[in-house]
Design a protein. Structure first.
Length: 424
């Protein structure tokens, strides 16, 4: 009898497709909406960037979201998030004042948090061990390709048809494209008669024994309390916050910097953004494979340094095309390679049983980054009339992130595990 395909890869494909839709329609389109709103209403960059920051609800929602996934399952949480996000788009199309802009964007962000990356990641971690980095990398490819769609199709729609019309249609597309994909989600492979990675526990143990020098994920799952008592939990969280600070500052302000400060045309800005996102895709695919073979922590340390150098290039090199291209390559590769590693490291260190809760509590810290990034870049622009100082500060935060990951060494096993081993 022929063995059926491991369902985990279908789940990865569905998660990638959902992230594609969310990324294209909202998460990587915000810069184009921001440019349109600044032009129509005259709001400052700091104000628009603040809306993006205040809508970062993943932090306060993190523990509750982890509990919801554990209690109700990933599928129901995804469905709830997608419906909320679609409603947020329809409301966003009606805004006529600043308070509505803030409120409706927060509604969209709540939906994106419940129906997107965090919930999908919790589910994937439960299905994979040996191929965890690869699975998370492939699922994130959808986010990157969504960025290409945002820089081409969504940006074109906003320019040609208007941001209100684009927002309304986006709400409909969320329901039509993303909602059906949630039916691929099952919480654990054991629920449908399969095993982690699609191999039996005996095959998994044999694989580990055959490679004694390779570092695997922990065999002892930490509780949330045990994880939070380790230095690794706090250092990974701080480093992840630094990384998100860089990414969100670029998401919100890069288009404005390219078109206003560097005087590139809208078309040129779109192609620069597209090139950066293509490098992100390369990083996600190659980085996912590397992360299953070598130290994820070392890879992340290098990526944070690449973020820092890229930001300094875009801040100080003016219209020098080689410098702009260097930024696109360095930032894109670093973003794509580093992204899947964040959650893979947590799962390797702390296990999959309580991963949702551990990741949720960690998000309270990591959310500091996306709150500060757009605000720092935006208000320093309003103060100096240039992005040089803002992007330089963001680059220094990326460098600090490298230090956090240097300190995030693998934690010792919990005391109970040591005691149980001694008793046994």
């Amino acid at each position: 009898m022929k063995q059926r395909m491991f369902h985990g890869w279908w789940l990865v494909a569905a998660g990638s497709a959902i992230q594609f839709v969310m990324s294209a329609l909202m998460q990587q389109s915000f810069g184009f909406y921001a440019a349109a709103l600044v032009k129509e209403y005259g709001w400052s960059r700091g104000t628009v960037g603040s809306a993006f920051s205040f809508a970062r609800v993943e932090g306060p929602m993190g523990p509750a979201q982890g509990w919801m996934v554990a209690r109700y399952g990933a599928r129901r949480v995804l469905q709830l998030g997608i419906v909320i996000m679609a409603g947020g788009f329809l409301l966003f199309a009606t805004i006529s004042s600043l308070w509505q802009f803030f409120l409706f964007y927060i509604v969209m962000s709540v939906g994106a948090s419940l129906g997107g990356f965090q919930t999908i990641t919790i589910s994937i971690v439960s299905w994979f061990d040996r191929y965890r980095s690869r699975a998370l990398g492939v699922s994130s490819v959808g986010f990157a390709f969504g960025g290409i769609t945002a820089s081409l199709a969504v940006a074109y729609a906003i320019t040609e048809y208007g941001w209100r019309e684009t927002s309304f249609v986006s709400g409909i597309l969320m329901l039509v494209l993303a909602l059906p994909l949630t039916w691929y989600f099952h919480d654990r492979p054991e629920d449908i008669g399969q095993h982690v990675d699609g191999v039996s526990p005996a095959e998994r143990d044999a694989y580990r024994l055959a490679q004694p020098t390779r570092v695997f994920s922990t065999e002892v799952d930490f509780t949330t309390r045990e994880a939070m008592r380790t230095r690794a939990f706090w250092m990974i969280s701080a480093g992840h916050a630094s990384a998100l600070l860089v990414v969100t500052a670029v998401q919100v302000h890069l288009v404005l910097h390219l078109t206003d400060s560097l005087r590139y045309s809208d078309g040129a800005a779109r192609w620069i953004l597209t090139s950066m996102i293509l490098m992100q895709v390369v990083g996600q695919v190659v980085g996912g494979a590397l992360g299953d073979r070598m130290s994820k922590r070392f890879i992340v340390i290098v990526c944070m340094a690449m973020h820092a150098v890229g930001l300094l290039l875009i801040a100080w090199a003016g219209r020098n095309l080689f410098a702009v291209a260097g930024f696109a390559v360095l930032h894109g590769l670093a973003w794509g390679t580093r992204g899947p590693m964040m959650q893979a490291i947590r799962a390797d260190y702390f296990g999959r049983t309580h991963f949702g809760s551990i990741s949720g509590w960690s998000s309270i810290i990591t959310t500091i980054g996306p709150i500060l990034g757009p605000i720092i870049a935006g208000f320093l622009y309003d103060w100096t009339g240039s992005y040089q100082l803002g992007f330089t500060v963001v680059a220094l935060m990326a460098a600090a992130g490298s230090v956090f990951f240097v300190l995030s060494t693998r934690p010792a096993l919990p005391e109970r595990a040591t005691a149980e081993a001694a008793a046994g």
